[in-house]
Design a protein around this ligand. Sequence first.
Ligand code: C5P
Length: 230
Amino acid sequence: VSTAVIVVAAGSGTRLGAALPKAFVDLAGQTLLERSLRSIILLPYPVQVVVVAPADFVQDAQAIVHKVAPGLESLVSVVTGGATRHDSVAAGLAVVDAGVQVVLVHDAARALTPTSVFADVDMAVQATGAGVIPALPVVDSLKQVDVTGGILGIADREQLRIAQTPQGFPRAELDAAYAAAGSADFTDDASVFAANGGVMTTIPGDEVAFKITTAWDLNRAHQVLGGIPD
Ligand code: C5P
């Protein structure tokens, strides 16, 4: 296969307030990780999938893989994540197959991301040779504030985008960017890639690919699913 998708699912999910790591929280009968994986395996061509799970949840992740992709286990592996998202992505990158040319990195927490976004990002990386992220326009006004909440300045929202995942990259350049970044903590892979001189571009994201971070987000995801039959 020429594309790998690393699904980072090793976060603790403290902001969600659940007893379980976020990717293992239930959303209308399926965990967030299960929903993310279902979207990926619906791609019309085979891809390598690497699930990055918390150390205590590797077996749970393997059980989810078995449930979602029976017969495809040879294409899907589960590895243990690290203390930061950055470390978790690095752990996933370490097991990407030798022949893979394009790597997509996806937050398991963006559980409702449609299959088409994975395909679009993959195609755009292949077509441009650049790093590609799905992104949305900013609808709110943005303020820069100090620690007390006092307003220091404004930002021009026309020039800003909200970065989603999957974020896709030419494999060799992403490997090099992660090697150069060491243990510095970036919040997404596009930042790691750009910090090493990589060229990045955006394609339109999807509203439904929002990151499920808080209890309110989980509620919103439930409501979205109310309109999308399983
Ligand atoms: O914390 P945040 O919401 O930014 O996490 C985004 C994604 O990164 C989540 O899917 C989470 O499971 C993953 N993550 C990880 N390892 C960490 C922290 C976050 O795989 N140490």
